[in-house]
Design a protein around this ligand. Structure first.
Ligand code: BG6
Length: 473
């Protein structure tokens, strides 16, 4: 396991909220090597002591308060103020850390990936066994993603490039692989003969506050669908890999992404909705709408089709939005009704209850909806009733920040939960078809009140487990 982590973008939001708290937890749990050190790099002018004081203040008030681990982390952390566009300055300041293999983590906007890679190369930090981790998004479209990938490859081999998608570090996402490929029952019905539809929903109550500049350039399609939601879709839809190694899994995910049917101008009206939140109320608090000159969306609903043997004809509905009434990340797999219905009640239509529902957030649960029987003497017939089989793990495993697992894997060199160049490009190819079709069709981002489930036109895209009045069943 490598023991030197260079963290670029160290004073940014992601570092404060997730990366440093993750490191703190990992030190507390003794999951990092004894000589572990962090070289933090940011734009703000701090010396080591100033940065440590700043970080102590940020972390001491967080929910990951743990004095001993916090002091341990600070003791191991050095800071450099650097401009990542200045390769000479990077080389001068950082070459001292090339004494042993390291992991450089670029938690920066994608336009800094290429210059920072050049600076790291000049500092000797991409040689030998050293690795490079990049935060999403990888580019803004297919062309920019290709350019970034080409720059990376000129500097180091793909086997040492780790593209993060933090959804892959979430425990229930890994459980999806276990459920699918560790059970005869699941895989036997996992195709278009028995599955009617798949819903993937990522609803957030948070808005874009504090990230307006980034968001106005990306929007929900590029910020959420291109990466997190398509990775979930790929794991749900992929063929069984022949082994669980990184490339076997990534080969299968890439095939799914390449089988996504491109969106055309003719499909847009029926298969997509764009929205943007206006003033409203979330969690009892009045919130302002997202106002910006760009016509960017904060809500997307899509109906996607995977044109292959297994999934032909099965709609995958993808819905994500900011400022929704509640936080809910879930996957819902709805099975087709039985072919011949012999019961009187309820009717076959009402008995469509065979569903696998995986909630990733806020709580982690897995339920299988089945029909069971209840004696109903007053009718003299068997009444069927929806029942729910709770497949959640008990006792619940310790909850960890997704980045904890991913940081350990990057330090160890395990690429299984990281995204390969061709997957990223296949995902962008499909996303570009949607943004092009929206542009050509002039599809506007329709306003929706903050605290609602998106524009009215999105109603047909919402999962069946979401009732019309916005309360979750
Ligand atoms: C990030 C997006 O990648 O994921 C954010 O940039 C989003 O806009 C976040 O809020 C959601 O992550 P999670 O783990 O809270 O669902």
């Amino acid at each position: 396991m490598h023991d030197t982590l260079l963290l670029f973008g160290a004073t940014g939001d992601l570092s404060q909220r997730y990366l440093f708290p993750s490191l703190q937890h990992l030190l507390r749990d003794r999951l990092l090597p004894p000589e572990f050190r962090v070289i933090a790099v940011g734009r703000s002018e701090y010396d080591d002591g100033g940065f440590q004081a700043w970080l102590r203040e940020r972390l001491a008030n967080g929910d990951s308060r743990d004095d001993a681990a916090l002091e341990d982390l600070l003791r191991r952390t050095r800071y450099h103020a650097l401009d990542l566009n200045d390769a000479d300055a990077m080389a001068a300041a950082l070459s001292q850390y090339a004494d042993r293999p390291s992991v450089s983590y670029l938690s920066t906007p994608p336009d800094l990936f290429a210059p920072a890679t050049r600076g790291l190369k000049a500092a000797g930090l991409l040689e030998g066994e050293s690795r490079l981790v990049l935060e999403k998004p990888i580019g803004h479209d297919l062309a920019s993603a290709r350019e970034i990938n080409a720059t990376l490859k000129a500097a180091l081999d793909e086997s040492r490039i780790f593209r993060i998608d933090h959804y892959l570090g979430k425990a229930p996402v890994q459980n999806l692989l276990a459920l699918r490929f560790g059970n005869t029952l699941m895989e036997a019905v996992w195709h278009n003969r028995w599955i009617e539809s798949v819903d993937i929903m990522v609803a957030e109550t948070a808005g874009v506050d504090g990230r307006e500049g980034y968001y106005a350039h990306y929007g929900a399609l590029r910020d959420m669908v291109q990466n997190h939601m398509l990775q979930l879709l790929a794991l749900i839809a992929m063929e069984p890999p022949s082994a669980l190694d990184a490339d076997s899994i990534r080969d299968e995910k890439r095939k799914v992404l390449r089988s996504l049917r491109p969106m055309t101008v003719a499909d847009v009206a029926q298969d997509s909705v764009r929205g943007r939140y206006a003033d409203g109320v979330v969690d009892g608090q009045a919130v302002r709408g997202f106002k910006h000159d760009s016509d960017v969306e904060t809500f997307v609903a899509l109906r996607a089709y995977i044109d292959n043997w297994r999934w032909s004809g099965v709609p995958f509905r993808l819905v994500t939005g900011k400022r929704m009434p509640s936080r809910a990340t879930e996957v819902l797999v709805s099975f087709k009704p039985v072919s011949h219905w012999v019961f009187e009640r309820p009717s076959k239509e009402r008995a469509r209850h065979n569903r696998l529902r995986m909630r990733l957030q806020p709580e982690e649960t897995i339920e299988l909806g089945l029909m069971g029987s209840l004696a109903a003497p007053e009718w003299g017939a068997t009444e069927l009733q929806p029942m729910s089989l709770d497949l959640s793990m008990s006792p619940a495993p310790k909850r960890r920040i997704a980045y904890e697992r991913l940081l350990v894997d990057a330090l160890k060199g395990d690429q299984t939960l990281f995204v390969r160049d061709d997957e990223v490009e296949a995902a962008w190819q499909w996303i570009d078809s949607i943004s092009d079709a929206w542009r050509k069709a002039g599809t506007p981002a329709q306003p929706y009140p903050a605290g609602s489930w998106g524009p009215a036109a999105a109603e047909a895209f919402l999962p069946a487990t979401l009732s019309g009045n916005g309360h979750r069943k």
